[in-house]
Design a protein around this ligand. Structure first.
Ligand SMILES: Cc1cc2nc3c(=O)[nH]c(=O)nc-3n(C[C@H](O)[C@H](O)[C@H](O)COP(=O)(O)OP(=O)(O)OC[C@H]3O[C@@H](n4cnc5c(N)ncnc54)[C@H](O)[C@@H]3O)c2cc1C
Length: 479
């Protein structure tokens, strides 16, 4: 009789899951395992917590859903709270496993953990079988090896679209025979037990973002099929309000509740059954951005966390107490620039922010305030429900002008606000104190005279923050 442990990581699904499929195919018994690594919730860079309440809640729900799916397949999920370096070899030994299967992906800490686990297992002569499962295109199918890949997106994308194809999804195993596990062994810790303070989801959120493969698939169903929104995705994707301006699949993809190949196959099916146009292609185009950062991270590793980025671009970053204060004002959504504040408050309350919002708040911190961009990236890590190491640090570096495109591409945020939130509906959604103002003032409240402030009943410094600096003058300086 042979037995394998499947160590789940950022692949919390039973569909298109190579480690699970291989273990179920080659072994008589499978021990599915998830361990909550306490380091995820510990203090990280700049004294900020690594993962925060939104990510932790989503992760926990995803694990619960995975356990349910495994039970439906006749199996179960062993759940631990501890570092994988200790837990995985211990479980492999306890269950007398012949092999351990797991996902591998880009990420310096993830790779270090995985290599330590592998070394420990090797001592017990148990092989660690790793599968690349986090991207749309498989690592081994890329036209050029990762260490020779182009550092700019467009030529890289074109070469991949020309020279590679997407593999088919793997079927969910028909059964996952698991040895008897006692109830204690399959209990999922509460947020409190994980040391994370729960944060109620704000009912102004674009979606409740329930974790798990079932909710992820339901979101595909709702957005693609019931709502029929894919046909206009490219036209609406820069929106800010409501569930359907974009797919909102990022959290399910980041935690691995959905496989990107599954999403791709659903796009193809939609193109066959409904319509194939630039908008449907554009969702795949965005999944390629996601791939690009995953492979870039694999190539550059820890350089992704360097202040000067992968290209060694030296810029004059502010550090020290005044930069910290500016950072905190930004993080709290108290800058006095409503478009920034509304986005930061949405992030803080829900864990989500639109792509347009992310670009603007990143530009405000890095370009306008010149605060070390890595503080922003670390803050996003602690707040995002869809945090993904490669997408987050790659996009931040890009926006800060030290990443895959080192041109200065700052956003004039008040102009962006007028363009994408013409009626100021978005800023008023998150900053109801600005409700009485006409759109021009809702986007530029500092331009109101004292009489106007009194007339509208919105007093700067009292009802809404006075701007943290002379915003118009600072943008003039930057032009
Ligand atoms: C500063 C900054 C930080 C970011 N941090 C993250 C992060 O930690 N995790 C994350 O998943 N995305 C991140 N993004 C990318 C992007 O903003 C989100 O993926 C997107 O807003 C999620 O909403 P959606 O699922 O509705 O996206 P859609 O517009 O529906 O896009 C479909 C999918 O494509 C992928 N995608 C789209 N845009 C990008 C992009 N620019 N880079 C990488 N993948 C992309 C996502 O997986 C997304 O779910 C960041 C962007 C910026 C500018």
């Amino acid at each position: 009789m042979s037995r394998a442990v499947v160590w789940f990581r950022d692949d919390l699904r039973v569909h298109d899951n190579e480690p699970l499929a291989l273990a179920a195919h080659h072994h008589d018994e499978v021990v599915p395992l998830y361990t909550f690594d306490p380091r995820q919730y510990a203090e990280g860079m700049f004294g900020l917590r690594k993962k925060g309440p939104h990510w932790a809640r989503f992760r926990r729900e995803s694990v619960l859903d995975l356990r349910e799916s495994l039970r439906e397949l006749g199996g179960d999920l062993l759940v631990r709270h501890g570092e994988p370096e200790a837990v995985v070899p211990d479980v492999a030994a306890t269950f007398d496993a012949d092999a351990v299967h797991c996902q591998t992906k880009a990420g310096t800490e993830e790779l270090t953990t995985e290599n330590t686990v592998r070394a420990q297992l090797a001592e017990a002569e148990i092989p660690l079988e790793r599968s690349w499962t986090h991207t749309l295109y498989h690592l081994h199918d890329l036209p050029d090896p990762v260490d020779e890949m182009q550092d700019t997106y467009t030529p890289w994308r074109k070469s991949v679209e020309r020279g590679a194809s997407v593999r088919e999804t793997l079927a969910t195993p028909s059964s996952v025979p698991t040895p008897e596990l006692d109830a204690d062994g399959t209990a999922v810790p509460t947020l409190e037990e994980l040391g994370v303070e729960a944060h109620e989801v704000d009912d102004r959120a674009v979606l409740p973002f329930e974790g798990g493969e079932s909710a992820g698939k339901a979101r595909v169903e709702a957005y693609f099929w019931e709502g029929d929104h894919l046909r206009e995705y490219k036209q609406t994707r820069n929106g800010l309000l409501g569930p359907d301006f974009s797919s909102k699949l990022s959290a399910w993809l980041a935690h691995g509740c959905l496989s990107p190949r599954y999403v791709y196959e659903e796009v193809k099916r939609y193109e066959d059954e409904r319509v194939s146009n630039e908008d449907t292609y554009w969702l795949v185009f965005e999944l390629l951005w996601r791939d690009f950062f995953q492979f870039q991270f694999l190539e550059h590793g820890a350089e992704f966390f360097h202040r000067d980025g992968i290209r060694g671009v030296e810029k004059d970053w502010r550090t020290g107490p005044d930069a910290r204060e500016a950072f905190e004002t930004w993080a709290a959504g108290e800058t006095g620039l409503p478009f920034v504040d509304a986005n930061m408050r949405e992030l803080n309350e829900t864990g989500y922010m639109s792509n347009r919002g992310r670009q603007n708040v990143a530009s405000f911190l890095a370009d306008l305030l010149q605060v070390d961009w890595r503080m922003g990236a670390a803050y996003f890590e602690s707040r995002l429900v869809d945090y993904d190491v490669a997408s987050n640090w790659g996009n931040w570096a890009y926006q800060a002008g030290v990443g895959n495109d080192s041109r200065d591409n700052y956003f004039y945020v008040p102009g962006q606000a007028e363009r994408y939130d013409g009626e100021a509906a978005y800023v008023k959604h998150w900053l109801p104190e600005l409700e009485p103002l006409p759109p021009a003032y809702a986007h530029h409240p500092w331009r109101m005279s004292e009489d106007e402030q009194a007339g509208y009943g919105v007093q700067l410094g009292l009802d809404y923050p006075s701007p943290m600096l002379d915003i118009d003058a600072r943008y003039d300086e930057m032009r």
